[in-house]
Design a protein around this ligand. Sequence first.
Ligand code: HEC
Length: 226
Amino acid sequence: MKSAPKSRPSKFSPPPGAAQPAAAGAADALRENAEPVAGTAWYTPIWFVAIFGVALYWATMYLDRNGGGFQPLVFNQGESLADVEARVPHSEADALVAKGRKVYNTYCAACHQPNARGLTGQFPPLAGSDWVNTEGPNRMIRIVLNGLQSPITVNGTEFNNVMLPWRDQLSDEDIAAVITFVRGNKEWGNTAGPATLAHVKAIRAATEARGTYWTAPELLAVPLKD
Ligand code: HEC
């Protein structure tokens, strides 16, 4: 550091002619401070950095766990209380339909589509289907258990593809639930009655030895209601 030119009076020495400090205490008050230096000083205390770090970590974890990935489905699933109530099952039948919706979306929607309209030329519709809206669910239970492979006419349109069996993947309850959900789905224009657990159980036992797909003509020979 450059020292001040000799001619310049020190800031702290009294100007010439001024009264000299009388006591030793006053002289102390006039003692020079440390020279100011240019540069960057790090004034953030280490404890603050540590606490800030912990808080940031906690906040990130909190957001990660409770943020729902910022998906609108997590936060806006109900537009109104009535909307939310409508989705909560209030009876056993409601619970079966709710379960059926899950089974449908997991095991059937890939082919028959989430809106159940199927895919032209590949997968027949379940919405409004004349195979679904039958008096009893006995043919549909058989289709889900053992699959289907043959030309089949659905609502006047012919399909000829393969549906795999679900006997080993789905429980009796899963099958009763999904069939009840599909047959009673008014949004899809379906108005048929439910399938019971006992009915699925009985047909599973009766067709245990079958071990192959159904064909449409064979199914048509099964009475509409048994
Ligand atoms: C791999 C695709 C695929 C999946 C998954 C599938 N299906 Fe099918 N399904 C088909 C095909 C293809 C046909 C027509 C078969 C044929 O042409 O012989 C069919 C026919 C049907 C039929 C009779 C025809 C109609 O449209 O009404 C019903 C009922 C049915 N499926 C219900 C279901 C249910 C319930 C599930 C879920 C448990 C399901 N399917 C899963 C492909 C699939």
